[in-house]
Unconditional design. Structure first.
Length: 422
């Protein structure tokens, strides 16, 4: 069924920006075909004289299959190996030990900062990158990681300043343009962001990530143009999950709900991400399919309990069902995660106002709640209540077998009731 979609309640899915190791830097340069100047920097950059005397193997040659393989490695090798296998604590300790031996190594301070970042010690990570820059005023790798860190911390103006430093030092224009696009998008300066994205596409129009980002920037103003961008991204890579999800978002805005659902389902086959489930839930909201929407938002929250938008969207559906007590809890959870989330603030205030008007009763009357569940009319709701399931608390504690034993309910409807209650 095609129909009109409700306005999206979330930003389209975005590529994550992560800290880079030197191995990832090389891969990035190969992937984006960086200019000769940028590529030469990656190929020629070496450890400083302290690390060169040790002559460690490059990251690509370190293969660690089990922790015992670390035993015969030097602290520097162990730090790299631990980092590459996700053992952040071990990596941090090994970097500390290496820095005691080579305190003037830019490379080690960058690695130490990366390990701090992975452990969530962002301020310490920033100090490490700045130490690396102090040791080597022309360090591009330290600055690149510093930019990524500052973006993650929401310190966008500082990140822009460091981007300018990288441009003057090395001319890695494509990398800087992409980061500036992300920064201006976060600052809601979409036209500026779009300008940097277009620069990249003028240089190379075969990058699916950049077509996706252009679509994200165009989504709000021109969904049809955004859809063309996502289609271009998917021509380049048909299993591009983020592109599929964003195509679904554009189709939802255009009211092409069946096509949108197919995109979300395909994206979720490739990658089960919280924001994908959230976007699919918004689609079901637009179709007034409340049960399906709540199920999608529950899945999004299960994958990422810190997804404030999923909590807010779930609360919105519950409020529409007049389940004000649970809606209130959802909006409060969203604000606990993101205190400045305007939609959650507005919705929370609205629920409080409604509750005041009805005398402060926060729980939906049981009969009204049951009637809001698909497949249960007023007559069946009364039968369930008369069978002893006469409050929300009783329904929460009820077993499926107990509910399904009520005349006219059955196992499937019992599952539906429990899903709505939970």
């Amino acid at each position: 069924m095609q129909g009109e979609g409700k306005e999206m309640r979330r930003q389209p899915a975005m590529e994550e920006i992560s800290i880079m190791t030197r191995k990832e830097m090389k891969r990035y340069c190969r992937r984006y075909k960086l200019s000769a100047k940028g590529k030469n920097w990656v190929l020629k950059e070496r450890l400083n004289k302290y690390v060169q005397t040790h002559n460690p193997p490059p990251v690509e040659e370190i293969v660690v299959k089990k922790p015992s393989a670390f035993d015969n490695l030097s602290p520097f090798d162990s730090a790299l190996a631990s980092y590459n296998t996700g053992n952040w604590d071990d990596s941090l300790e090994a970097y500390k030990e290496s820095i005691e031996t080579w305190p003037d190594s830019e490379e080690l301070w960058v690695g130490f900062g990366n390990a701090q970042f992975q452990l969530g010690n962002h301020e310490d990570s920033l100090v490490s990158y700045e130490k690396a820059i102090e040791l080597n005023e022309k360090s591009v790798l330290a600055r690149m990681n510093k930019v990524n860190l500052l973006i993650g911390m929401g310190r966008y103006e500082e990140a822009l300043a460091v981007c300018d430093e990288i441009e003057t030092l090395d001319g890695m224009d494509e990398w800087v343009w992409l980061r500036k696009a992300h920064i201006y998008l976060a600052l809601e300066k979409k036209m500026k962001a779009l300008g940097f994205v277009q620069r990249i596409l003028d240089w190379d129009d075969n990058l699916e990530e950049i077509w996706n980002l252009k679509g994200v920037l165009l989504m709000e103003a021109d969904s049809e143009s955004a859809l063309r961008c996502f289609n271009k991204a998917l021509e380049l890579r048909d299993d591009y999950a983020i592109g599929l999800c964003n195509k679904g978002c554009a189709l939802t805005r255009l009211g092409l709900m069946d096509d949108a659902k197919r995109c979300f389902d395909k994206a979720l086959l490739y990658e089960s991400r919280s924001e994908f489930w959230d976007c699919k839930g918004v689609l079901h909201m637009g179709l007034d399919e409340k049960l399906e929407a709540i199920s999608c938002f529950a899945k999004a929250i299960e994958i990422d309990p810190q997804n404030a938008e999923a909590w807010t969207n779930r609360g919105t559906v519950l409020k529409e069902m007049n389940n004000l007590g649970e809606a209130l809890a959802c909006f409060q959870n969203a604000l606990n995660i993101c205190p400045e989330f305007e939609e959650a603030k507005f919705s929370l205030e609205e629920v409080h106002r409604i509750l005041e008007e009805v005398g402060g009763e926060e729980e939906t009357p049981i009969e009204d709640f049951l009637v809001s569940v698909p497949g249960i009319g007023r007559k069946k709701a009364k039968m369930i209540i008369e069978s002893g399931f006469n409050s929300m608390d009783v329904l929460r504690k009820a077993s499926l077998s107990g509910l399904s034993s009520v005349k006219g309910v059955g196992e499937n409807l019992a599952h539906t009731i429990k899903e709505f209650v939970d």
